[in-house]
Write a protein that binds this ligand. Sequence first.
Ligand SMILES: O=C(O)CCC(=O)C(=O)O
Ligand SMILES: [Fe+2]
Length: 204
Amino acid sequence: MYKNSTYRLPLKDAEVLYYPGIFSGKESLDYYRSLMEKTLWQQDEITLFGKTYPQPRLTALYADNLAPYSYSGITMHPHPFFPELAEIRKKVESVCGESFTSCLLNLYRNGKDSNGWHADDERELGINPVIASVSLGGERYFHFKHKKEKELRHKLLLENGSLLLMKGSTQHHWLHQIPKTMRKTEPRINLTFRNILVPGNTKI
Ligand SMILES: O=C(O)CCC(=O)C(=O)O
Ligand SMILES: [Fe+2]
């Protein structure tokens, strides 16, 4: 992919943009190292069909407000932003022209770590959520599948230093995942910037 360009993915009923190289190799490595160390990583348990498993990745939530975020039966409480995270948010906001209250981070330690099929459609994200997702470290494939038209699928390699922006009706019509991989892969940090609303507050 050529750096400093924007690609709109050819997905029906969706608005998904890919920006490779919003950070240089050096910036990406510096951020990767400081986030690896400073992030308060946690491993939650998920319950599937009455059985409990450790989530197959580490996560952490940061926000400007105290709004908790619940998904897959897990409720996360945010920590305040630290300087590197705030810097990354600023860059992302300037690239995509949106603003964000919160950041959910994922750490995929190796190819066995993954993120199963889901849509980011929780109530506290509002009606047409804008989600800006930064990748640092090892490359992983990101898959999309349409909720109703099963033959509509797409996959994309998320490169170090890139940004993937999902907006409009994307979460209504599509699911996404990061599948496990057998390839040898370096750890990957993913930052998903979102607007998470305080319960009772509706965004206009
Ligand atoms: O790791 C990624 O690129 C995707 C993460 C994701 O979909 C999520 O946290 O909701
Ligand atoms: Fe997601």
